[in-house]
Design a protein around this ligand. Sequence first.
Ligand SMILES: Nc1ncnc2c1ncn2[C@@H]1O[C@H](COP(=O)(O)OP(=O)(O)OP(=O)(O)O)[C@@H](O)[C@H]1O
Length: 690
Amino acid sequence: MKQDLKVKQENTSQEAKEYIPSQIEIWKFYWQFIKIDWYILIGLNCQWLVESILHTRAPFLLLSIKDQLLNIDANNYDSFFLLVIEFIATHIILQFFSFIQVKVTNRTSKMVQQNIQKQIIDHLFTLDIHYFEENKATSLHQIIQEGSEQIGKEIQYGRIFQKINQFIYFASRAYFIYVQNVKIFISVAVVALICILLQQYFTKEKKKIEKINNKICEFESFALDEILNNMMLIKTYSKEEKEKKNLEKIMQKNRDSRQQTQIYQQITSIVQSCSHEMMKIAVICHAFYYYLQHTTTQNQGEFNKQNNFQQQILSRNLGEIISNTYCILFLIRDLIQIANNSTDDFYENRKKHIGKVMNLFTVKSSIIQEKIQKNQNDELLEGEIIFDNVCFSYPARDNKLTQDYKLIQGQNIVDQTQTSTFNTNEETNVNSFSIQGVLNKLSFKVNPGECVGFVGASGGGKSTIVKLMERYYDISKGAIIINGKNIKDVSLQSLRQNIGLVHQEPQFFDNDIEYNVTYSLEGNYTQEQLNKVLQISGVNEFILDKNRFPLGLKTLIGNKGVKLSTGQKQRIAIARALIIEPRILILDEATSALDAESENSFQKYIEQIKSYQKMTIIIIAHRLSTVLNCDKIFVLQSGTIIEQGTHQNLLQKNSIYSSLVKCQLKQNIQHQNLSLEHKDSVETNDSLLF
Ligand SMILES: Nc1ncnc2c1ncn2[C@@H]1O[C@H](COP(=O)(O)OP(=O)(O)OP(=O)(O)O)[C@@H](O)[C@H]1O
């Protein structure tokens, strides 16, 4: 295991470093992105500043009081009382400040955290859909939770000012000891320096192990995420044991690495506590030395004024010197950190979390909307669609975690970086590469009110067309024109509000059917409107079944609509798309389960949808029977249209489409156990396609 860890350690050192922003970068980021309540911040820092000045003065004040007390007479009563009053006032103010600090920081800490969380979430909503496709929900969740908490704390405790105040405090204590006795100061400082260097060494070692530990923790949450999301798949293939073993392997590594970290942690804490004690011993040794010297000189009859003075000081202030010695330790630690330009462990961890949030804020939507005027937002589209020489490639991300995870599982991995051309995308801070031309000079036209179908082999780019129409991505060349306008000149809201999109695997909220159908209208709909779409989409057919849906529309559908069949889900998704009265309706494999349920009724169904209102309908389907009656059918291959026309026209051409039809027919025949004689009747008997 040790060897394993060593290998991993080497791997880690080769990896790109985790982003740890500098303090200046953090402050720049706050200034640009985070709305901070500067009044609270300035108020708190002023308070800290006053507090540290008072703390600095306090030991000297006490010393003056002691001195006065030893030499008190009628002449200095007034100044003695003034000093006492100042001393009491200082401590009352300090107590009051600490009370206020606890109250204010606790209250505002939560407020700041919530405010930052809101800003992170607001930013997430501005990002493109593919960002969410590429990032795991759990890691985003972690950024929101931990990131906001750490930024909240960082802002709340005003790190820089707090550090300055701390520095003043430690320096004042060190100066206090220096004034009392230079030799004690030097010996304590030497002990502190040795201890700090030892501590630094062990902390460095601990950090190395912690780095590996963090990586393994990441794998652990990655693995858990994968397992929880694919539980059905794992159970289907009875791979519970395999996954358990994988997880156990990662957990074991995690445990080992944690143990190592703990050992280093223990050593550093031992060194730390020893250093306190050693410094105290140094002070006591000095005191003893002066005491001995004083007695010797007295015995010799030579009164040494200097030593007597030091002995007096020591006897009066020994307690305070001892209690303040550890300040020298912190002072030296801070000085070393400043010299090394490093931070303490705890703060580095905080910076990592802040760095993740900063990275998130550098990710910007690639959908540029600058040109759009406000008055164009309400413009309605008519439903004419033109794709003019459209070229497009997907930007893909670096899957470093997946590759490392495969390594830890002991699988062979192909280095994707070698098969693709990498370039550093400064804007998103990730390495990205482009998959070669998904759509290549794609051109087609759909007239308003037409119903068109897209067919073709898997991976031909059918769904990509839909994503581009919705502007989930922007095209690299050419233009997409809807109703005479380039979609880049139409607001996203207006564009998406006029397109009803039904995916093959629609998403649902864990709520009731009515909420999911009327989601986009936020309660602004009439019962009549709702009933109409429920009837057209066929939702009525199943919700009226009181045995299975006793609460009708108010029936809860469960997590991701788990309580519904695929066909039922598709019907609800169609109702949801229709209720916004779109100018364009896109059914992306959205009726596959529906077809199967009600075989020949599909065309009737489309007519029903058309009767709802005039709209352009785009049907993407593998099942050719679905597009049979379309006004136009486009056959797509490798991102270009290779054939277009009506079903009959295309069959007559006797090319790709007709071979697709024949192929599907053959499958259907095999599936239905029909005799091969039926094969020749393709052109006359279209019903076989169903
Ligand atoms: N998010 C993505 N990132 C990278 N590549 C993608 C992404 N989505 C699709 N692709 C690639 O783009 C190509 C076209 O995919 P698309 O989903 O448009 O095909 P399709 O014709 O709809 O396929 P199917 O009929 O199987 O649904 C495929 O080669 C696919 O690998």
